[in-house]
Design a binder for this molecule. Structure first.
Ligand code: ZN
Ligand code: ZN
Ligand code: ZN
Length: 548
């Protein structure tokens, strides 16, 4: 029988899965043993190595299980299809007709036995039948296509001549003796059918035990399997999204769209009045805006120059406004300016969303970026946490890369865009809009801190206040980390024992005080850093300590 019950195929597949997973485990056990003697790993703290081991092993076994699940249905179907073809061939094939005994010249008769020749991959399947001549009792084998079966002669592996084969049957044991009459070659093979049967039984039992013991652990249910497939798919989408998000910032158009200032109506008014007054256009006034997808604001202005009339006045004003609005998110509606008796009226249009800003920055409509992930898949995972996180990471990386490129021209750094932020200063912690935050590879500094750096009050390479260990100490850390009360602290500063860097704002007021470790060795000897009072001790679901 070729075609077997479904259960047979499922068991077989699951058994392979279990064996593959056990192999992975063995491999990791080996690696785990070797880790203690590995030179490179000696440098790393033991619990860190342990954690990484667990993490990597966990992933590998998860992927092994998941990928076995992914291929399960398809593989089983292939097995069944293959066996169905064989079964059908065997069932449907009848013996060839007109097989004549060469000695008696009568038709030979086919017996009930038939055998499928299936060991030659790629060759068409053949069924073998045995025929008997009812007169001389000679037997011959024929395939269903009428070709006679001929057994290959046994040849000596030494000299290539024909050998003599003898079978001796003793109970269940068959001994096959092959002797070559030409040379001295002799081979004895013993087939113990009983022993083979027992071995076969033992293997079957072992497989059954493996299935019972490990199936639940290594062979994923449909629910878990689907969850795995979705996770992998979400990761795929996340990677693509991260990449795309990052690449956005490589595009000069995108870069410019970020630099376009999102100007409010008040700022717009100031900007225009300033420019228009100089060109003798006066009394700019805005009318009630029409707020829809865009903000449309009608305006009027008066021309002080009575010699400048009609078209000249209009085109002059158009030029002025267009130039003034170039770096903003506002545009003059084309052909909207009308001139009547020294009055000019027109309309301005304000843009807000990313796509519109991109268009303002010069994005072309047609060329669509080639996307690695099709829209359906993208849509499915759009709100997945992994994908959202990837988007954020990609954005950060893209922005960081864009800033690094800018460093080539502005090596000391630069203020960010007003549209970015609010961002926290790495030294004083103050929150500021992007245009008050100085950026370079040392970190973010507010304009006051940056001025203090330029004036040499503090070094430029100060680390972030949450990561300043061993370099500097902020005012609040003196209490929280060194246990010195603010009153005592101020006294120590007055006595000169604690040396402070006092950062002053533009008006000369002290807005931040900090202490350099290098200047305060005596203080630190007397007031060493205290151990944190809050012991961070979080345990995961399996009871192992979680690293933070
Ligand atoms: Zn015959
Ligand atoms: Zn020989
Ligand atoms: Zn600051």
């Amino acid at each position: 029988m070729y075609l077997k019950p479904m259960e047979y195929y499922t068991d077989l597949y699951d058994l392979f899965t279990i064996k593959a997973c056990l192999e992975v485990i063995e491999l990791w056990k080996d690696l785990y043993k070797k880790k203690d003697t590995d030179e490179k790993l000696k440098e790393i703290p033991a619990d860190e190595v342990e954690g990484d081991f667990n993490y990597c092993f966990g992933w590998e076994i998860r992927i092994e299980k998941g990928e076995r699940y992914r291929k399960k249905a398809k593989t089983i179907k292939e097995w069944i299809d293959r066996d169905t073809v064989k079964q059908d061939k065997l069932d449907a094939t009848s013996p060839p007709s007109n097989i004549i005994c060469p000695y008696c010249k009568v038709e030979m008769l086919a017996g009930d036995f038939k055998d499928l020749e299936d060991f030659d991959e790629g060759k068409p399947l053949r069924v073998l039948f045995f025929f008997e001549c009812h007169k001389c009792k000679k037997r011959k084998g024929f395939f269903d296509n009428g070709k006679e079966y001929t057994s290959k002669p046994n040849l000596c592996p030494n000299c290539g001549k024909k050998v003599k084969v003898t079978f001796i049957k003793k109970g269940e044991v068959i001994t096959t003796i092959t002797k070559c009459p030409s040379c001295k070659y002799k081979n004895v093979e013993i087939d113990d059918w009983e022993k083979s049967r027992l071995e076969h039984e033992a293997n079957k039992k072992k497989d059954k035990e493996l299935l019972e013991k490990y199936r639940e652990e290594f062979c994923l249910s449909d629910k878990d399997g689907q969850a795995y497939l979705e996770l992998i798919e979400a990761m795929e989408v996340a990677n693509a999204v991260r990449e795309e998000e990052m690449q956005k910032y490589d595009n000069p158009v995108y870069q410019r769209s970020l630099q376009l200032k999102k100007t409010t109506i008040v700022d717009l008014e100031k900007l225009l009045i300033n420019i228009l007054e100089k060109a003798k256009y006066t009394k700019l006034s805005f009318d009630k805006p029409d707020i829809g997808q865009y903000v449309i604001v009608p305006f009027t202005v008066q021309d002080l120059d009575s010699l400048r009339k009609d078209r000249i006045s209009v085109s002059e004003l158009e030029k002025l406004i267009n130039r003034a609005l170039e770096d903003t998110n506002w545009r003059l509606l084309s052909n909207s300016i009308m001139y009547r008796l020294g009055y000019l009226e027109g309309r301005l249009k304000g843009y807000e969303n990313e796509e519109d800003m991109l268009k303002l920055a010069g994005k072309k409509e047609n060329p669509k970026l080639e996307q690695k992930i099709d829209d359906l898949k993208r849509q499915k995972y759009i709100s997945n946490n992994l994908v959202q996180l990837a988007r954020l990471l990609g954005e950060q990386e893209g922005i960081e890369n864009m800033r690094k490129r800018r460093l080539a021209k502005e090596p000391d750094g630069f203020f960010l865009e007003a549209s970015e932020g609010p961002l926290g200063c790495g030294i004083c912690g103050g929150q500021h809009p992007g245009n008050e935050i100085w950026w370079n590879l040392d970190g973010l500094r507010c304009s006051d801190c940056w001025r203090n750096i330029k004036e040499g009050v503090i070094p430029s390479n100060l680390k972030h206040m949450y990561d300043n260990d061993g370099q500097w100490i902020s005012n609040w850390q003196i209490h929280s980390d060194y246990g010195v009360h603010p009153g005592t602290r101020d006294k120590l500063i007055r006595q000169g024992f604690l040396k402070a860097k006092k950062l002053k704002d533009k008006k000369g007021a002290i807005y931040c005080t900090l202490f350099l470790v290098s200047e305060n060795k005596d203080f630190l000897d007397k007031y060493p850093k205290q151990k944190s009072e809050i012991e961070v001790n979080i345990v995961d679901s399996k009871g192992s300590k979680v690293m933070l």
